[in-house]
Design a protein around this ligand. Sequence first.
Ligand code: MN
Length: 423
Amino acid sequence: MIQANSPNLKSWIEVESGSDFPIQNLPFGIFKTKYLTPVAGVAIGKYVLDLVYLHENGFLDGLGLPPGIFNQQYLNDFLKLGRKKGREVRERISQLLRHDNDELKANPAAREIALIPMQEVQMQLPVRIPNYTDFYSSEEHATNVGSMFRDPKNALLPNWKHLPVGYHGRTSSIVVSGTSIHRPKGQIKLPDSDQPVFSPSRKMDFELEVAFVTCTDSRLGQSITTTEAEEHIFGMVLFNDWSARDIQQWEYVPLGPFLGKNFGSTISPWIVTLDALEPFRTASPQQNPEVLPYLRFQGEKNFDIMLEVFLQSEKSEPVTISRSNFKYMYWNINQQLAHHTINGCNIQVGDLYASGTISGPSPGSYGSLLELTLNGTKPLTLPDGSKRTFIEDNDTIIMKGHCEKNGVRIGFGNCVGKILPSL
Ligand code: MN
């Protein structure tokens, strides 16, 4: 058992019940303040713990950390130290924050500098992302979309239950939570015409996803097995894969998503480690037909992460429009990484691998407006009486995720983005 995950741990820092960041979480991120350039930190309650200060003042001595490892704009070099080093650092931070540890607690001068209230920080992208892949691993989502875009009788294509379908996305437009996105323009084919028009998207959508971040550079030609996969995965973030459905539908055959997707994707700023997620493992859905040997796996490889999507219009408070769970994923992260590298494709530190839209079995658990409103034919009604088929200008989409078990609740923080009018 990882000591830092013990449900018995309490911190001397007050953490409100329902907080995403109790002592059992300790996710890593990059933050800046009015006075600090971007540096690494750990979230605890309503504070960010400054890892540069801790490192430079001897609180992390004995861990063999390279000088300046946290004094960087991105976490890539820290991630590259590997899962084991990440675990040691998290264990040490957990020790420093325990209610019966005085090292930092009894040093008011150090506490004052090391702990920064969250409202005083601006979170940054946590990693420089060399590569981004988006999978399509929720059976419910693939079935719903296949029914609407193609044929309800053959919603899943013949390959779907044999391999985790995915495509290569674009990293340059991945932004951190809180960054607004302008409604994209592009080619759209309206139903009553054979010719496309050029227009701002009329079917602006979100996709509720979770993404994992890798912490190794593998060799070109090397494959990673399902058993080895987790040694290459540092942790996870929430991911909103914004989608312009009308642009997507016209462009996507035969080579897949392009401009309907690459104008922006939003991630939550804190990387929740696989170590912190350990107590929340759960079984995956049964896979039938049986998969090829390189995709078989042992043990519980899925995670019970409750997910929620809110829509906030200019006039209304945030309202829940979907509740889903990461555990519905048909293909797990080990299988995704094994499949991705089975041909010898190499991975890099900081790569982002998104799950694909996570839809559950019931309509209230669908992970996109495309599914929630049946491609715009069944509008949602907001508390202010207004209707939504797709996202309107100045609407904000907020995604949240958390795990809960044995009295411990850990969360991801928010993944927020506002859609502004087209430029
Ligand atoms: Mn997606």
